[in-house]
Design a protein around this ligand. Sequence first.
Ligand code: AMP
Ligand code: ZN
Length: 143
Amino acid sequence: MKRDPGCIFCKIVAGEIPSLRIYEDDSVFAFLDIGPLADGHLLVIPKEHHERMDSASPDLIAAVARTLPMLSKAVMSAVGVDACNILLNVGRTAGQEVLHMHFHIIPRTSGDGLGYRWMAKKYPAGRADEVASRLRAALESDN
Ligand code: AMP
Ligand code: ZN
């Protein structure tokens, strides 16, 4: 299994630095975030080292994602809420600080002050069609 000796999450998986482990299976590890946005804030990672979600294999991402319904239900039940955000930052510009891909499960309560600055804009005329064409072309050249 690929690991990076300098990676803090690889060290957590290997038990070389402590964590509050909540779940693990052959390819997935979940533990409490040390700097929680809310009680129960959980990190769910592949055991294998992949810097970013888009450098991991679809099968590995699927193995991690398969655990999200179970783990998010457990988080919400444990902290007594009925809502959560599941967040995955891809790349430093998007806020990814630890370069070992991970999902966040963040419990939400009304008035918790968390949330995304959802600054929705409108496409100017013609722009959406142009962007959609570029996306389709990118998919075709990648596959
Ligand atoms: P991100 O900004 O998406 O890369 O998130 C990294 C997360 O890892 C942050 O929420 C940190 O609080 C968390 N984190 C960093 N070091 C540790 C650690 N040793 N144990 C648990 N969580 C950690
Ligand atoms: Zn790692």
